[in-house]
Design a protein around this ligand. Structure first.
Ligand code: NAP
Length: 311
């Protein structure tokens, strides 16, 4: 493919407006040719459609799409796009279930189109240096604290509380996307304790205990009702001291206190650079490990009903 990749953004909500549209605008690799969202919202001068089918029937040339809808509708939207031969970027989580994500991977393979199950936190500035440093270390234990105020970060997003909405795992899966990228061995869920508000279908808080095949323990705490300072922190104990990732992976500090400067332009510009590379190379990138851990926590966890959540 020569020239800019003609891209449509599907699902024009918070993340599409805050991150995708600016990253696309600053990229030479992509040209935004259309947006799709049911509410009729438009970005200036760009053709807008309410449904993917309307875009497909238009005379607008499309090479690729980014699917930024809530997870519950992502499989159907992505399936329609792949069936047309369009390349597809999936916002995280790649689908509402493992089965849906695997079906999309298989369809992309059959259609010989690119499927990028993106994990934006893997492109956070501290993650690559952390991964490189850990490669030579013996890892002893990992602690994850992911605590944020849902009322601040997800106002009005009712889909988060509905079946397939992930609840507190909507942000929590970002931590899982980082640790499955920087730790050397796959993780197994050994136990989970999930607190589900009586008026919701998804957890509002919980703990997840994991281990790897070498017996390294990973403990995760999740809270969607955090007041005051918010935490998106990972601490990794090694034979050479403790490595810390903070601010969702944006900052890394090594045991000697060293904090390397950021080496990329931000998560979403890096994510789109990778999407362009995959399309040009005719490849896909579909790592479902973070979604599998969430699924296993739901399968193996104890689900406890707690007080209703009123926004
Ligand atoms: P949001 O603000 O609720 O936006 C979701 C958008 O999807 C809405 O504009 C909605 O608009 C659209 N939509 C829903 N069903 C659709 C359909 N069938 N076809 C086309 N569009 C549809 O949610 P968000 O915060 O942007 O999150 C979306 C995804 O991005 C989630 O998976 C989330 O985990 C991920 N994400 C969010 C953040 C964040 O900080 N918010 C960060 C990273 C990743 P209409 O109802 O008008 O169609």
């Amino acid at each position: 493919m020569s020239g800019a990749i003609r891209l449509a953004v599907i699902g024009l909500g918070k993340i599409a407006r805050d991150q995708h549209l600016p990253a696309i605008a600053s990229s030479d690799a992509f040209e935004l040719v259309a947006t799709v969202s049911r509410d009729g919202a438009r970005s200036d001068g760009i053709p807008h459609f309410e449904e993917v089918g309307d875009l497909a029937e238009s005379n607008i040339g499309v090479d690729a799409v980014s699917v930024c809808t809530p997870p519950q509708v992502r499989r159907a939207v992505a399936q329609a796009a792949l069936a047309r031969g369009w390349h597809v970027l999936l916002e995280k989580p790649p689908a509402a279930t493992l089965g849906e994500a695997e079906a999309l991977r298989d369809l992309a393979c059959a259609r010989e189109t690119t499927l990028f199950a993106s994990w934006h936190s893997r492109h956070a500035a501290g993650v690559a240096p952390a991964r490189a440093w850990l490669a030579d270390r013996e890892i002893r234990s990992v602690r994850i604290a992911w605590r944020e105020d849902v009322r601040v970060w997800h106002p009005g997003q009712a889909w988060i509380w509905q079946p397939g909405g992930f609840g507190v795992f909507d942000p929590g899966i970002n931590a899982l996307s980082i640790i499955t990228h920087i730790l050397p061995r796959p993780l197994f869920v050994t136990a989970a304790d999930l607190e589900v508000p009586e008026n919701c279908a998804a957890p509002i808080a919980g703990t997840v205990s994991m281990c790897d095949s070498a017996g390294v323990n990973v403990a995760m705490e999740l809270d969607f009702l955090q007041q005051g300072p918010q935490s998106w922190d990972i601490a990794i104990e090694t034979d050479a001291g403790t490595l810390r990732l903070a601010k969702g992976g944006a900052e890394v500090s090594f045991p000697d206190g060293r904090q390397p400067p950021a080496e990329n332009d931000g998560e979403y510009p890096a994510l789109y650079a990778h999407y362009a590379e995959l399309i040009r190379a005719g490849e896909s990138d579909v790592d479902l490990a973070p979604l599998r851990i969430v699924a296993d926590a739901f399968l193996k966890g104890r689900h406890r009903q707690v007080a209703a959540f009123i926004e």
